[in-house]
Design a protein. Structure first.
Length: 220
């Protein structure tokens, strides 16, 4: 017996069944979630480099430019943007959607290693890279002010206390501190006094580099 014979002999039931299917389909269509910004796993990496005491011009020429030259040779790179500010450099790399984020991480790490010889020798820490989403934005922004404490003391408290506690919370991906003021030590060498102790300017410069690595921030 043909499967369609049952529907032909019962036209009323067939009509009601088709109406029920159409109604169920219309209800399901109206309940479908619609997102203006769907969740897409963009293969995007962000490289952050800190160089305390350096001006934006120094960051752009000594840190950002060497890294950009190496990142420009990475295969699959679609877009690269950078921002150089006081003591920090942020480079955002966006790759093709067909490229795996794991492969992108390996390529970025190799580029950073290749750029190591062109970066300043007294850079406190190597560049830090992490996966990021260009559609993301800070969820919470906290502003700290004080009428009695200096700005450097406020930044120290935000860095050593507040930022560490917030970064330990579940779901927090990144905590960044901007707009602060780090303490600095300025040293002016006296060539006559150095010569009396048998120390030349090159030896004093090596001592300056050791002080830069051990202290919080040192500028000259």
């Amino acid at each position: 017996m043909s499967p369609s014979r049952t529907f032909i002999l019962r036209p009323v039931a067939t009509t009601l069944l088709m109406a029920a299917i159409l109604l169920a389909g219309w209800v399901a269509y109206t309940q479908l979630p619609i997102s203006a910004l769907p969740e897409v796993d963009y293969p995007t990496m962000q490289v952050v480099t800190f160089y305390p005491g350096a001006s934006p011009e120094v960051m752009a020429s000594s840190v950002t430019a060497p890294l950009e030259r190496q990142f420009g040779q990475v295969p699959g790179l679609q877009q690269m943007t950078s921002t150089s500010s006081d003591g920090s450099s942020v480079i955002t790399l966006q790759f093709n959607l067909s490229l795996s984020i794991d492969v992108a991480e390996q390529e970025v790490q190799q580029a950073i290693n290749a750029a190591g010889t062109y970066l300043p020798p007294d850079l406190p820490n190597p560049p830090i890279y992490s996966k990021t989403n260009p559609a993301d934005a800070p969820i919470i922004t906290l502003a700290l002010t004080s009428e009695s404490l200096p700005l450097s003391k406020i930044e120290d408290m935000a860095d050593t206390r507040l930022a560490q506690k917030i970064s330990q919370l579940s779901g927090v991906g990144l905590v960044s501190i901007v707009g602060g003021q780090k303490p600095a030590v300025r040293i002016q060498a006296n060539p006559t006094a150095l010569s009396a102790y048998g120390i030349n300017m090159e030896a004093a410069s090596m001592g300056r580099r050791r002080l830069t690595r051990s202290g919080p921030t040192t500028s000259f």
